[in-house]
Design a protein around this ligand. Structure first.
Ligand SMILES: *Cc1c(COP(=O)(O)O)cnc(C)c1O
Length: 345
């Protein structure tokens, strides 16, 4: 497996730190929790999309494209990082932003990632639904071609096998960091959204097991924040297979490595849960570490719940993948308002 044969643009601070969360570990009474700080990837306040965009934008440049076009919910972190990558790489950027979450407010519609998309100079197309987004994407692509320009379309979340290579590489990075610390990783917890962060990690550790004599890959559990368990699992498996095929490595046993739970999804994508609010607050107050309301807050709620249930051995080393998303905290201030009132009384 050689990632060097794929063109890549430098957009990302790598390696990101791997740090212990000692107070949180103590609080949940058990396993040692570590955080892989992919909120610190650098690009436009950081987050997981930077690693995917290194490969996707390189392909756009290699094809001579001049405009990045992508889709994401109104508060999409992927769209914000794509807009920043476009600016840095002298590309135009058009964002199709369906209003996906039922949660809404004036701050939701204007603050957080929406504000940042505008600062990066992207053109925003806000539409009411995913169905409307498909139609608008086609119109936007046609209009760009009609002007004699060349668009490069990135699916929602940068979710292609090429994008997943960013997380195949992150698995290698994590493997090397853990080895340097003589840390045996027993379990990895990651958010499953559009799927390729999870799929890339699974393929990356699968590949390490195939090439490192005696190495046993840690299980990776995905906490779904976007859809129910079955479609989420099927999607991660499909992307994992595509990614392994792109790399030319065996897909034997790959499906079995993909485990997703929807137990922390609540009422749906972008809808706050009590567990999320508690996890964001606890992590902030014990570790001085910010999570986000849509992805990592729910994922940490899952990790905390499982630790409290005693599902991890007390001596286990758990790695929480922090995939970023903090700009959305500002858009979700209303979800935290009751908690903050209690906190200040
Ligand atoms: C997009 C995103 C995820 C989900 O990653 P996928 O690769 O889409 O599954 C997780 N966390 C944050 C903060 C994100 O923006």
């Amino acid at each position: 497996m050689d990632l060097n044969s794929f063109p890549r643009v430098a957009l990302c601070h790598r390696p990101t730190p791997l740090e212990p969360l000692r107070r949180l570990s103590e609080q949940v009474g058990g396993p040692a929790i570590f955080v892989k700080r992919d909120d610190c990837t650098g690009l436009a306040l950081g987050g997981n999309k930077a690693r995917k965009l290194e490969f996707l934008v390189a392909e756009a440049l290699a094809q001579g494209c001049d405009t990045l076009v992508t889709i994401g919910g109104l508060q999409s972190n992927h769209c914000r990082q794509t807009a920043a990558a476009a600016a840095k790489c002298r590309l135009s950027c058009e964002l199709i932003l369906p209003h996906l979450a039922k949660f809404s407010s004036t701050t939701y519609e204007t603050s957080g990632n929406v504000l940042l998309d505008q600062l990066f100079g992207a053109t925003l197309h806000i539409v009411p639904s995913m169905e409307a987004a498909a139609g608008r994407s086609k119109q936007v692509l046609d209009a760009i071609r009609g002007r004699g320009e060349k668009p490069y379309f990135i699916p929602a979340g940068g979710s292609t096998a090429l994008g997943a290579l960013g997380y195949v590489d992150a698995a290698r990075e994590l493997f090397e960091q853990a080895a340097a610390l003589q840390l045996k990783i027993d379990h990895i917890i990651v958010t499953t959204g559009s799927s390729t962060t999870h799929a890339g990690l699974v393929v990356g550790f699968h590949a390490l097991e195939l090439t490192q004599p005696g190495y046993q890959a840690p299980p990776v559990t995905g906490i779904s924040v976007y859809q129910r368990e079955q479609p989420a699992t099927a999607l991660v498996r499909q992307r994992a297979r595509e990614t392994a095929e792109l790399l030319g490595i065996s897909t034997a046993g790959l499906d079995e490595r993909v485990v997703v739970t929807d137990a922390y999804l609540g009422r749906g994508y972008g809808e706050p849960t009590m567990g999320m609010v508690e996890a964001v607050q606890l992590t902030a107050r014990l570790e001085g570490l910010l999570l986000d309301p849509v992805y990592t807050g729910k994922t940490m709620a899952g990790l905390i719940d499982r630790a409290r249930q005693g599902l991890f051995s007390p001596s286990a080393n758990i790695v929480f993948m922090h995939t970023g998303g903090m700009p959305a905290l500002f858009a979700y201030r209303d979800a935290f308002a009751p908690m903050l009132e209690t906190g200040s009384s």
